[in-house]
Design a protein around this ligand. Structure first.
Ligand code: 5GP
Ligand code: MN
Length: 315
């Protein structure tokens, strides 16, 4: 069974690198740090490599130990967390590819099974929820520090326990973490409630540009690199959800300029549109109600194309 293989690989490895997807969210960083603290607890020589992340997560235990780069020599073992596709490991895929052994632990619907050992559960609302099981199987004690990282991932990936992916067991796991001293209200406030001024300014721009198309069933907005420069914020978390939360909207589209005629797509849906399927057409993937992709076209053409694909999925 994969979990047994994962246990063997981790116990046999001397040095380990932990990697996650680019533009890492709370689940990506939370699962990486929980795994990092856990592996240190059992005496492993481990690096957690995340080149750039939002300062929202700087409060997490051991965040100060995150490295921007890995080592020059190959690692015995690489562990990819919360990442459905090796392409999303981006600039650091080499640490993964060059490692002697490769593990992926993930919850993405469209996971491409890119590792030697893939422990993937698309029904888990967060990678952090899967990690509770994995860490316990490894004999790692779930300390308050590990629990804080894990609950952060569960809170961010469930929008604060409100998505359809939340099951009774999510609360059971959360209860277990609370019993270890984790402070749910403080984490919630830090990761979902408090908005830095720069982020608020960026959000305001996206909000002012938000359009409702197709009889209000599609919401569309975007931000440019110039907006990010002017507001000094690259934190676009929550923008695509503003469109999704408008009454009558079925799909919310958010385009973010990342290069010349290059856009990152974020999609969210409410009741029936499978946005993971739509994003597969745009070199991306994700979950049924939250997915992302990439498009290389001038803005108006990019907008037209993504709106058309979303429109084709409306009832
Ligand atoms: P977001 O819109 O927040 O960037 O991403 C929503 C979901 O889609 C996340 O679960 C994320 O992991 C996934 N996702 C976003 N961009 C991509 C992409 O380019 N490729 C794949 N495979 N998944 C993506
Ligand atoms: Mn996740």
């Amino acid at each position: 069974m994969t979990l047994d293989n994962i246990k063997d690989e981790i116990y046999n490895a001397k040095n380990i690198v932990i990697l996650t997807h680019d533009i890492p969210d709370g689940d990506a960083i939370g699962s990486s740090l929980a795994m990092y603290i856990g592996l240190k607890q059992i005496g492993k020589d481990v690096d957690v490599v995340i080149p750039k992340y939002s300062k929202t997560y700087a409060f997490l235990p051991s965040a100060e130990e995150i490295k921007e780069k890995g080592r020059n020599e190959n690692y015995d073992l690489a562990i990819a967390l919360d990442c459905g596709d090796i392409k999303r490991l981006n600039g650091f895929a080499n640490y993964f590819e060059d490692a002697n052994s490769k593990i992926s632990i993930d919850h993405h619907e469209a996971n491409t099974m890119f590792a030697d050992y893939n422990y993937v559960n698309p029904t888990a609302p967060a990678c952090c929820q899967i990690l509770i099981i994995v860490l316990k199987a490894l004999g790692i004690e779930i300390t308050k520090e590990i629990g804080t990282c894990l609950l952060t991932g569960i809170i961010t990936d469930t929008g604060g326990f409100k998505y359809q992916s939340v099951k009774a067991e999510t609360f059971e796991f959360a209860a277990e973490l609370l019993n270890r001293g984790v402070n749910v209200s403080s984490i919630y406030k830090k990761v979902l409630q408090t908005v830095p001024i720069e982020k608020f300014e960026l959000r305001k721009i996206a909000m002012n540009r938000l359009e409702l198309l197709e009889d209000g069933k599609i919401a569309f907005t975007y931000i440019t690199r110039k907006d990010e420069e002017e507001t000094k914020s690259e934190d676009h978390d929550g923008i695509v959800e503003m469109g999704r939360d408008i009454e009558g909207v079925e799909v919310s589209i958010f385009l973010r300029e990342v290069g010349d005629d290059e856009y990152k797509i974020s999609l969210r849906s409410n009741d029936y549109v499978n946005v993971s399927d739509i994003c597969l057409l745009f070199n991306g993937g994700g979950h049924i109600r939250a997915a992302g992709g990439n498009i290389s076209l001038p803005f108006e053409k990019a907008k037209e194309k993504i709106v058309m694909e979303c429109k084709n999925n409306l009832k």
